[in-house]
Design a protein around this ligand. Structure first.
Ligand code: MG
Length: 448
């Protein structure tokens, strides 16, 4: 093996540089050999989708796989389709999620619709670097277009919310599809729920002319002002493949993902008591809301497949990340943007205006810092950090989280970049800032 192929989100790269048709062909053969039988495939809207998906399909069919082609759909639509079909052995999503349009990626879905676990990716990676035999000519696979996936998915989402109450409320939503995979399913869902949808960036223009597809407040300025201009009940923005959704209140206020995670946690706990799973990097605000609503928080390492896996094992009632990726276990064990939107609409109908719900949340201040650290120095620095803080209360679920009486500091090496991240949170803003500055400066001085 010459290099590591799979990163934290499948295989990603710049098109016709590190992500090219030769790689997609070989990876298609590796995935096909690993999964066998029937494999489903879908793409987001990127202009390179035809090139990457047809090369991947060529690889899959070359080793004898029957390919079910869903076309352009959100990642959770593909995952839901696979989850409901035991005969489908897995799937491939051609997407680079929130990355810029020159990127594309190949992401594997397991037979149960969840994101592919690391161990299985490693098996596929092993095959990728090997000589993979092709099928005899009469066993080469075929491609079958699939048109029913969206309908099934929408029906399922509708069944997990009080659709009649949402319809009766005559809501208006401004929806920013980021020129991505939500462009069709998003407005269709609003139609089914009787919600007036004012859409922006809802053309599948794969060069993303609207704005960069990471749904930050900075990138969503048009959405923020349009929500106020049309008097909408809320605004929603999806990332490129619509597994994440972020929200804007009716006054044009941007909700960081931990706030929507807290509000939906509260709504889920009003229906069933139980555990909410989230990574150690999430705000303590979520824990406070969950506890007040009669639930228990369960912290994991960072990464949505890890959150989903823990939810399956423990029977959690809900889970999610602070980036707008929420997981509804009765629906499916993966992040789901349109499902999150439907649930958020239900909370507005039941609990009142979004700005009011947000105003009732406890206030915490989070400061984020980062500093450069070469990849081969990360382990050494991690050990030094443990030594420095050995007398403090520490949680080492992921990186090192130092627990203070009035907050915490999390120190983590990035999985994708040569940097360390420092998150500092407290109800006291000055303390959060002072600890973030002091600890990141202290650790940066230790980098060789
Ligand atoms: Mg995504």
């Amino acid at each position: 093996m010459t290099q590591r192929l799979f990163g934290t989100n499948g295989v990603r790269g710049i098109v016709n540089e590190d992500m090219n048709s030769a790689l997609a062909l070989q990876l298609g053969k590796a995935i096909g050999s690993f999964m066998g039988g029937k494999v489903a495939i879908a793409t987001d809207t990127r202009t390179s989708r035809h090139m990457i998906s047809s090369a991947t399909i060529a690889g899959l069919t070359a080793v004898g796989v029957e390919v079910l082609d869903l076309g352009v759909v959100p990642t959770p639509v593909l995952q839901f389709y696979i989850k409901n079909r035991p005969e489908v052995r897995g799937g491939v999503m051609i997407t680079a999620s929130h990355n810029p349009p020159q990127f594309n990626g190949i992401k594997c879905v397991d037979h149960d619709g969840t994101e592919m676990p690391r161990e299985k990716e490693m098996d596929i990676e092993g095959l990728f670097w090997s000589q993979i035999p092709c099928a005899d000519w009469e066993d080469v696979g075929s491609v079958h277009p699939v048109s029913e996936a969206v309908e099934e998915y929408l029906n399922a989402v509708m069944s997990h919310v009080d659709a009649a109450a949402i319809r009766d409320a005559c809501l208006t939503v401004v929806m920013d599809c980021a020129n991505g995979a939500a462009y069709s399913v998003g407005p269709m869902l609003m139609d089914r729920l009787g919600v007036r949808a004012v859409t922006i960036n809802a053309d599948p223009q794969g060069k993303f002319p609207g704005h960069p597809s990471e749904p930050t407040a900075e990138n969503l300025r048009d959405l923020l002002s349009l929500v106020v201009a049309v008097g909408a009940d809320l605004g929603v923005a999806f990332d490129g493949d619509a597994d994440r959704a972020v929200f804007v209140d009716e006054k044009g206020g941007y909700l960081p993902g931990d706030k929507s995670l807290a509000l939906v946690s509260k709504a889920m706990l009003s229906e069933n008591k139980g555990t909410v799973v989230t990574p150690v990097s999430s705000s303590s605000m979520v824990e406070e809301v969950v506890s007040a609503a009669g639930g228990t928080i369960d912290y994991t390492a960072v990464g949505s497949p890890i959150v989903a896996r823990r939810m399956i094992v423990t029977g959690a009632i809900f889970g999610g990340e602070e980036n707008g990726g929420l997981i509804f276990p009765d629906h499916q064990f993966c992040r789901d943007g349109p499902m999150t939107l439907a649930k958020m609409l239900e909370t507005v109908v039941r609990n009142g205006a979004l700005s009011q719900q947000v105003a009732e949340l406890p206030v915490y201040h989070t400061e984020k810092r980062k500093f450069l650290c070469p990849n081969d120095s990360k382990t050494g620095l991690q050990e030094k950090v443990k030594e420095i803080f050995r007398d403090e209360r520490v949680d080492d679920t992921d990186g090192i989280k130092i627990l203070f009486d009035d907050g915490w500091v999390l120190i983590r090496a990035s999985g994708t970049e040569p940097i360390f991240r420092v998150y500092s949170e407290s109800k006291d803003k000055d303390k959060a800032t002072e600890r973030a500055d002091r600890i990141s400066a202290q650790l940066e001085s230790l980098v060789c």
